[in-house]
Design a binder for this molecule. Structure first.
Ligand code: G6D
Length: 364
């Protein structure tokens, strides 16, 4: 297991460093001290071919604005906050409006667009980077000074763990996620339409025209959102359903998870055999199938287009500050915010997703 770091760019006279963590079997994760952005994940297919399985840019400059939020940690609050304002402890706070008068993904200069301190570590067979950042009181309109830590850890079982930890000196909203787009075909040979996705979820959130939860939990039964037995993405994306249409003909929806750390989210590409199992302690996961990916942008030499990648953004339910019946993500002063999401990369030799990839194996 080893970690290599190199200067990959510069911003505001500060070096941007790329950290490449490589385990004993050839799997690699590359990430930046800017936005904690994951720029590459190199993982094997069923024939042992090690290829990149995430969307990103081949140089730093486009990451400075990063409209698609490729690979980034999102905060203070993932998702949209309706009207870019909320009330807390009798005070109304106004946030930066960066989409249709609403606040999206932490605002104009959210966590995806700041430079984090970084420290590498090797503990046993675990190697990683500890990113830390202090969000000042009033940043993007939020109350409180918040000390945030995000740790990326890779082990020799081809597992990438993202651990989030934060503490604030005042009550403040906090709902963190990672916005990596996965494409298990390898080097973006194909889009994700033939990927299969399985999620242990009986309910999803209805969205309004601005893609903000209405507050209604909808039963997935007999809808394209029933992913409990696994579904080919193309089947769901092409379904005739108002919520699929509203999101730009695809998924962009929060799912309420029935289970935690129990193979609750499985993404599988039958052609390459690559399987990604995501386990989390978070309440939900936003599935976004890249419906709004811009055309023609260079993504590692491939022209970007709809459905080139799928995001599995584990997080609290979006816009919870305006829905008292959603689990709250108000971080109380002095309390510790702690969340873990684990990404397990394997190959399914014979299985398909319906039996949860029980035949899966790691090429290690
Ligand atoms: C679009 O609605 C989607 C979001 O869910 C996504 O995070 C963003 O593009 C990158 O706004």
């Amino acid at each position: 297991m080893r970690i290599i770091q190199k200067t990959w760019g510069e911003l505001s006279q500060q070096p941007i460093t790329a950290f490449t963590i490589r385990n004993n079997y050839g799997m690699e994760v590359t990430c930046l001290n800017y936005g904690c952005i994951i720029t590459k994940i190199i993982a094997p297919d069923r024939d042992g071919n090690y290829e990149n399985i995430v969307l990103g840019f081949k140089e730093f400059t486009p990451y400075i604005t990063n409209e698609p939020y490729f690979g980034a940690v999102i905060g203070r609050v993932a998702g949209r906050i309706s009207g870019a304002s909320f009330e807390l402890n009798g005070t109304t706070y106004t946030l930066h409006k960066n989409e249709n008068g609403n606040h999206l993904h932490g605002g104009i200069k959210g966590f995806h667009r700041v430079i984090w301190d970084a420290a590498t570590f090797e503990i046993g067979d675990e190697t990683g980077v500890l990113f830390s950042y202090t969000s000042r009181d009033g940043e993007e309109g939020y109350p409180g000074k918040v000390d945030v830590q995000v740790t990326y850890t890779l082990n020799n079982r081809n597992e990438l763990t993202i651990a989030y930890r934060a503490i604030s000196d005042r009550d403040t909203p906090l709902n963190l996620t990672n916005h990596t787009y996965f494409n298990l075909s390898g080097n973006l040979k194909r889009d994700i339409l033939n990927h299969q996705l399985k999620i242990k979820s009986d309910q999803f959130l209805e969205l309004n025209q601005e893609l903000i939860p209405t507050g209604m939990f909808l039963d997935v039964t007999d809808t394209p959102f029933d992913l409990r037995a696994g579904k080919v993405m193309k089947e769901g994306i092409e379904a005739n359903h108002p919520q699929i249409a509203l999101a730009g003909q695809g998924y962009d929806h929060p799912f309420l998870l029935n289970a935690h750390h129990d193979h609750e989210i499985i993404l599988f590409d039958p052609e390459s055999g690559r399987m990604l199992t995501v386990e989390t302690d978070e309440t939900g996961v936003v599935v976004y199938t890249g419906n709004q990916l811009p055309d023609g942008v260079d993504i590692y030499g491939v022209r970007s287009r709809k459905y080139l990648g799928v995001c599995l953004e584990t997080q609290g339910l979006p816009d919870a500050v305006h829905h008292p019946h959603f689990p709250s993500w108000i971080l109380r002063a002095g309390e510790v915010y702690s969340s873990v999401t684990r990404y397990k990369f394997s190959v399914a030799t014979k299985a398909d997703i319906s039996n949860g990839g029980r035949n899966r194996s790691t090429v290690v």
